[in-house]
Design a binder for this molecule. Structure first.
Ligand SMILES: NC(=O)c1ccc[n+]([C@@H]2O[C@H](COP(=O)([O-])OP(=O)(O)OC[C@H]3O[C@@H](n4cnc5c(N)ncnc54)[C@H](OP(=O)(O)O)[C@@H]3O)[C@@H](O)[C@H]2O)c1
Length: 349
């Protein structure tokens, strides 16, 4: 399925940062969307993008994008959709201004995620939450968010378990890549040969966002999913790819074969609609005893699949396993682009 006519014009806000660069890498050749504006802070405004950015992506920057002038983050810029990769210190106000200006704002920042009228969307998990935008007061504009980078992979792995057996308790310890801290992020002096057992506000997000995403849509609000999550988050010296060591207590008894079946057969609306950024298999189960690993598996299905391994009994809760997802693709720009593809097809009327 694809929209008829010309490509949809899109702007990238926070275009110079880690997530902004990933947006540009993924959008440069997108079949439905065309980048028509790039914006960042006053520090970068007026410069050519290629001159202002410290390009850190593996794909070369297209000369046509490198030549674009960076603009200020005000809604006079061109575009129908604004992908926001803005620093959270400024994202809240700028995103509201863009929505009031008629843009469909697709945000990676935390600012609007937990607002009652804002969908916190993973297209494979809770596409029905998109209807929340009817409660927003932005006229033709709207704000849609995707979750925190580590939450996205975690919730995708939990969702089929919640559907089949229900979840009572989750305990997760994360090992999160340095690109999750933006650019230049954590100083090399602090992260090489080290693990930092603290990421500001991260544990609070991991313990709250999944309850909204897995919650049930009640026309004007989301009834949060009833479970308890305990999270411990660590920064580790890996470039890309967040891992989680997860233990779960289910509400009903399950066998390991059934759990693996629930993961490997899982398909969502993006797969049915064959959206351009949808992975064929959102969840991959790996049999290797020492899998998944960031270096080997973070780019599975172009970074859009979550890799899971090491399912085994947990003597404290019921089951434990390890998961991996690419933080700037599945956990940020890739998920946001998939959200935009879903909205293009299923625009709330
Ligand atoms: N990194 C990840 O894995 C990840 C994953 C999920 C969500 N997120 C969220 O996504 C957002 C971006 O993260 P990031 O890692 O890409 O951060 P980053 O590398 O620090 O980039 C921040 C961007 O915000 C812009 N900015 C800063 N102050 C501004 C202002 N006053 N006005 C306009 N633009 C301003 C910067 O522009 P200049 O270059 O001009 O300063 C830059 O483009 C954050 O909210 C973050 O929490 C990140």
């Amino acid at each position: 399925m694809q929209p008829k006519g010309k490509k949809i014009p899109v702007a990238v806000l926070g275009a110079t940062g880690m997530v902004g660069q990933k947006f540009i890498e993924l959008l440069q050749e997108h079949p439905w969307f065309e980048i028509v504006a790039l914006a960042a802070s006053e520090r970068s405004e007026g410069q050519r993008y290629g001159q202002a950015v410290q390009w850190r992506m593996a794909t070369p920057l297209l000369p046509s994008i490198a030549e674009m002038k960076l603009q200020s983050c005000t809604p006079h810029i061109a575009g129908d959709i604004a992908f926001s990769a803005l620093d959270s210190s400024v994202a809240g106000e700028i995103e509201s201004t863009f929505a009031k200006g008629g843009f469909i704002v697709i945000s990676n920042s935390r600012n609007h995620r937990m607002h009652s009228d804002v969908p916190l969307l993973i297209p494979e998990v809770n596409p029905e939450h998109l209807e929340l935008v009817h409660a927003q007061k932005y006229g033709s504009g709207m704000i849609i968010t995707n979750p925190n980078c580590v939450v996205c992979g975690l919730v995708m792995a939990l969702h089929p378990l919640a559907q089949r057996w229900g979840i009572d308790t989750v305990q997760v310890t994360t090992m999160q890549a340095v690109s999750g801290a933006g650019y230049p992020g954590v100083a090399s002096f602090d992260i090489i040969d080290n693990v930092i057992p603290y990421i500001a506000s991260e544990e609070e997000k991991v313990e709250s966002e999944p309850l909204k995403i897995l919650g049930s849509f009640q026309k004007t609000y989301i009834e949060p999913y009833q479970m308890v999550i305990s999270a411990q988050c660590n920064r580790v010296p890996v470039m890309d790819g967040h891992m989680g060591c997860v233990s779960v207590k289910l509400k009903e008894k399950a066998s390991p074969a059934d759990i693996i079946d629930a993961w490997t057969t899982f398909q969502g609306l993006p797969q049915t609609l064959k959206l351009p950024s949808a992975p064929s298999f959102p969840l991959l189960y790996m049999d290797g005893l020492n899998h998944p690993q960031p270096k080997l598996h973070r780019l599975s299905e172009k970074g859009m699949s979550v890799s899971i391994g090491r399912l085994r009994p947990c003597p404290v809760l019921d089951w434990k396993f390890t998961l991996l997802s690419h933080n700037t693709i599945r956990g940020a720009a890739g998920c946001a682009i998939l959200n935009a593809e879903l909205i293009t097809i299923m625009k709330p009327s």
